[in-house]
Design a protein around this ligand. Structure first.
Ligand code: DGL
Length: 271
């Protein structure tokens, strides 16, 4: 343990979805303080170009770094998929993403080596999950599907709505035809759709929840790097947002499944 271990973990996402990662981190490591940045002024990242996503991720990380934190978690799958090497190059803090832990878990879980991935258009375009899986298991057959409609449907709260079920059916059908035995939920929002997805795919396909696997990875890394928080006090979650806080506060409850402290609005240009 070092004095750095008492500092908060900085976590960022394009918006509110990264709270699914915060939730899992808080469940596993209740003593950790968390500073969360949701870039709500510029969400979604999943429809944007790689250059833009990388620039936003650098600005998000710079903001968190200035707050005195011990490590950065890139909760956003899109930002993880595109920006991790750049962030690791430019920042000296430990930086953890969601892609590698998700790929590792998929490789552990697959029996037939047939892995499906769903994510935003930008995540799928990056091939980051495909490359991470092939680095671990070169003979894996990987099938991808971008699902651009799911993020707005989840934010609308339509987790079981007929329109959401229809969209899921359409998106999952090509993967089911490929007889996948593992499906990676490669987006912050998809854990909320787990019950609806499970109903459609049946019990035979194993799910990889990238928020859960990321939290376990972060826990392992913090312990390895002697950065795990000491003590037994319950950690605080302090959210920051780049657009008005009211909208975030309302949605946050759904993603975190508990109320957060009130979010503070910040202007990243001044950091
Ligand atoms: N947070 C994004 C992700 O996990 C989803 C929302 C967005 O497109 O920004 O890919």
């Amino acid at each position: 343990m070092t004095s750095t271990s008492r500092l908060p973990i900085g976590i960022f996402d394009s918006g509110v979805g990264g709270l699914t990662v915060v939730r899992q981190i808080h469940r596993l490591m209740p003593h950790e303080d968390v500073l969360y940045l949701g870039d709500t002024a510029r969400v979604p990242y999943g429809t944007k170009s790689p250059t833009t996503v990388i620039r936003f991720a650098c600005e998000d990380t710079r903001f968190l770094e200035r707050q005195k934190i011990k490590a950065v978690v890139v909760a956003c799958n899109t930002a993880s998929a595109w920006s991790l090497p750049t962030l690791e190059h430019h920042f000296s803090l430990p930086i953890y993403g969601v892609v590698v832990p998700g790929a590792e878990e998929a490789v552990r879980k697959t029996r037939q080596g047939r892995i499906g991935i769903i994510g935003t258009a930008a995540t799928i375009r990056s091939q980051a999950y495909v490359k991470a899986i092939h680095a671990l298991k070169p003979d894996a057959q990987v099938f991808v599907q971008s699902c651009p409609l799911l993020v707005p449907l989840v934010e609308e709260g339509w987790l079981h709505h007929a329109i959401t079920v229809a969209a899921l059916k359409e998106y999952l059908a090509p993967l089911l035809r490929k007889k996948i035995d593992v499906l990676i939920l490669g987006c912050t929002h998809y854990p909320l759709l787990k019950p609806a997805i499970r109903r459609l795919i049946g019990p035979g396909i194993r799910l990889v929840d990238s928020a859960e696997t990321c939290a376990r990875y972060v826990q392992r890394q913090l312990v390895l790097q002697a950065l795990a928080a000491p003590g037994n006090q319950r950690g605080r979650i302090q959210p920051f947002v780049t657009d008005e806080a009211e909208h975030f506060d309302k949605l946050a409850r759904r993603f975190l499944r508990s109320p957060t402290e009130r979010a503070w609005q910040v202007d990243l240009a001044s950091f």
